[in-house]
Design a protein around this ligand. Structure first.
Ligand code: IMP
Ligand code: MG
Length: 180
């Protein structure tokens, strides 16, 4: 792996190698396997684009029968005076009565995940848990419990393993952190 990479105007240095990520994904998958062993066909809902790589590795370690789907929060200019409106696209089938595990790349302030969970709750699932690859405890501002956190980091900006800096860096198998 490269020690330093350049994406757009910024330099990033290696922070978490692929092997460490794999260990963290295995650990969180093991917890989910235990907690969900007796639940009726849970549905994993990945939030695009960032969660695609995490979902791919996580789901291979899941030992119970499951279903998988991806959603996207699309922002568009609303016609109302409130301006920006975000809507959830991609969930075409009913999730009523289902056990949902939302799979996220990173929870920072919690704004996005709270929005996502509120939207899903309105569709009356049996339960919702959140599983995020990264959690930033220093910037989280919400009350919503984040049950599964594969790794916790400081308030630094990272890329790789699905996470991007202005769309670059998603394909990296290791995690890089921005340098000052
Ligand atoms: P939140 O709504 O503040 O929790 O931010 C969540 C979203 O911001 C994530 O889904 C990412 O798209 C983006 N984000 C937050 N921190 C990072 C980071 O360190 N690297 C890449 N994207 C990030
Ligand atoms: Mg995201």
């Amino acid at each position: 792996m490269k020690e330093i990479i350049q994406l757009h105007d910024k330099k990033f240095r290696i922070m978490i190698p692929a092997e460490k990520i794999d260990e963290a994904v295995s650990a969180v998958a093991q917890r989910i396997n235990q907690d969900y062993a007796d639940k009726e066909t849970p549905l994993f809902v990945g939030v695009l684009n960032g969660s695609f790589m995490f979902m791919s590795d996580l789901i291979k370690k899941i030992e119970f029968n499951n279903e998988l789907s991806f959603v996207k929060l699309s922002s568009y200019e609303g016609t109302s005076s409130t301006g920006q409106v975000k809507s959830l696209i991609g969930l075409n089938n009913s999730i009523e009565g289902r056990h949902i595990i939302v799979v996220e790349d990173i929870v920072d302030t919690g704004e996005s995940i709270e929005h996502m969970v509120r939207d899903l709750e309105a569709r009356k699932p049996a339960s919702i848990d959140v599983c995020t690859l990264f959690f930033k405890p220093g910037s989280y501002r919400k009350q919503l419990p984040i049950r599964y956190r594969a790794m916790e980091i400081g308030n630094e900006f990272i890329v790789g393993y699905g996470l991007d800096y202005d769309q670059l860096g998603r394909s990296l198998k290791d995690i890089y952190v921005v340098t000052e």
